[in-house]
Design a binder for this molecule. Structure first.
Ligand code: ADP
Length: 519
């Protein structure tokens, strides 16, 4: 196995040397320039002791230097550790310690953490500053200085060698370090280039956090295709729309909560966004209401629904091209598509037997993008990888044509009086109620039924909602036992993880505090 992360960059520089590689504010660089900067920055990292297997963390908002760091770490033979930008200082310290990182790359927004991190992470030897030279704190090496140093020969780490440790966003508990190899990331990129159709003329906007693979997979895949990366530091609906117009962005990947925020921008229905070819979404359940609204605004757009997880580097399924047009796909837009070209994907029962089509079971996946395991967690790795099959923990249905419909995370499924209730089905029904901006459905303790369905509803501005009205709406659409027994109307938005997913664990916590288990 010879897959190398750095090969994707070398190919871009070879096949599209003068093509625009990165656009970050006023900074623009060609692929030839980016390759040279990466090779030099790798030399700088080597001088800081980064050699085979050394862990280098990145804690930064999106930027061109983030992409350069991704590649320079691999070029030097190191292992990248892209840290979630919404973490608390304690979480950052935990992960740096757990992974034994020796170098931390930070941008200006995370500088306030550095003193504490240095004090509490004895193995951390160097801090590299991803902001502009001149603004770096004492003792930190500016990235541009590294990128102007001596060229290093590519260390050529490849195949099963560890390329990165990606801590999962933690939407279901304590983050685990997912170990992804060069082969994992490159195999995923090949899949993505093929399925998305990335070409040198594609322009991708990094609007979702680059630390998360929903966005990160395009860091590698679009590079492989020699396209153009545009960066915006963090998601802001108006700013993302401005960047799309300004840079003629062709591809955008967002999680559903971000799409919902775009749809709230005043005048959105009049914005043509005519450069945009594909609107890619996934990473969390897409509420029916958000999807309907997006399709109504952009009927001619290609909507690419995908499903994946960090453990799959990350894509597991995508809608095929023919099914991305709303007029053709119809209800199939709700499907997250078919297995990626080189993956075996099955829906199985609790005993691991494949279930008949149309029956709900757990998705299991086998193939070259399946992670190596969880960093230093042999038991959890063994539980997740059985005979090479990744146990995804996601419940889904597959139809006769191999289309997969995500039903729920098994951990979010509510068992009430012995009946399985999928939270996303209840959420979808309520999301369609006029006046509902956001909704999350969780299981809360119930002495009689074990768990009962509880809905947390955030009304749109000016809308009046109450428990009986929400229950009546739901009762008209879903089976009686799935109707929320209780409804809380909440004024502030739902809590989100760094990747923009609703933190159900946080919503459940107050209800389960006095109980032993929380699902
Ligand atoms: P975290 O567990 O921290 O959220 P991941 O980003 O790896 O980290 O999350 C993967 C999970 O996101 C999947 O297991 C699944 O539950 C959810 N997910 C991903 N894509 C979709 C999708 N298209 N529809 C519904 N859920 C999705």
């Amino acid at each position: 196995m010879n897959e190398r992360l750095t090969q994707t960059l070398r190919r871009a520089a070879q096949s599209n040397p003068n093509g625009m590689a990165t656009v970050d504010g006023d900074r623009r660089r060609t692929w030839r320039e980016v390759e040279a900067r990466v090779a030099r920055a790798a030399g700088g990292l080597r001088a800081l002791g980064v050699a085979e297997g050394a862990r280098v963390a990145i804690l930064s908002l999106n930027s061109d230097r983030y992409l350069e760091a991704y590649y320079a770490i691999a070029w030097a033979g190191g292992v990248m550790l892209p840290l979630n930008t919404r973490l608390t200082t304690d979480d950052v310290i935990y992960m740096l310690g757990d992974a034994e990182a020796s170098v931390l790359c930070v941008d200006a927004s995370f500088l306030p953490l550095v003193a504490q991190v240095r004090e509490r992470c004895p193995l951390l030897r160097h801090v590299v500053f991803l902001g502009d030279t001149g603004a770096q704190p004492a003792g930190a090496m500016p990235w541009d200085a590294l990128a102007a140093g001596e060229l290093l020969d590519d260390a050529c780490a490849a195949g099963d060698a560890l390329a990165g440790i990606f801590y999962t966003g933690g939407s279901t508990g304590r983050p685990k370090g997912v170990m992804l190899s060069h082969a994992n990331l490159v195999s995923n990129a090949v899949n993505a280039v093929y399925m998305i159709g990335y070409q040198p003329d594609c322009v991708f906007l990094h609007a979702a956090p680059m630390c998360h693979l929903t966005d990160g997979m395009s860091t590698v895949a679009l590079t492989m295709a020699g396209g153009t990366h545009v960066f915006t530091p963090k998601f802001d609906a108006r700013e993302a729309l401005r960047q799309v117009e300004l840079h003629r962005v062709t591809h955008l990947t967002l999680v559903p909560t971000m799409i919902a925020m775009l749809l709230e921008v005043e005048g959105i229905e009049r914005m043509k966004l005519d450069s945009l070819r594909q609107f890619m979404f996934g990473s969390a359940p897409m509420p029916d209401a958000t999807l309907h609204q997006a399709v109504a605004i952009w009927p001619g757009m290609l909507f690419l629904h995908g499903w994946g997880m960090t453990e799959l580097a990350p894509i597991g399924t995508m809608l095929p091209l023919a099914m991305r047009r709303p007029a053709v796909a119809g209800d199939r837009l709700r499907s997250c598509g078919q297995a990626m070209p080189n993956l075996d994907l099955r829906i199985v029962d609790a005993e691991g037997r494949e279930v008949p089509r149309g029956t709900t079971g757990q998705i299991v996946v086998r193939g070259p993008t399946v992670m190596l395991g969880y960093w230093r967690r042999p038991q959890e790795s063994a539980a997740a990888l059985r005979d090479g099959w990744l146990q995804t923990g996601d419940a889904a249905v597959m139809d006769e044509d191999g289309y997969v419909y995500i039903v729920d995370r098994l951990k979010d499924m509510i068992i009430s009086g012995g009946e399985n209730i999928y939270s996303t089905e209840v959420e979808n029904a309520i999301s369609l109620m006029p006046g509902v901006a956001e909704v999350a459905v969780i299981g809360i303790p119930d002495d009689k039924w074990g768990e009962r369905v509880h809905a947390i509803v955030v009304p749109r501005e000016g809308a009046q909602l109450d428990e009986p009205a929400v229950q009546a709406w739901a009762r008209a659409r879903i089976a009686g036992y799935k109707v929320p027994r209780s409804v809380q109307v909440r004024r502030e938005r739902l809590p989100l993880s760094g990747a923009g997913k609703v933190l159900k664990s946080e919503l459940r916590a107050p209800f389960w505090r006095a109980h032993e288990r929380s699902i």
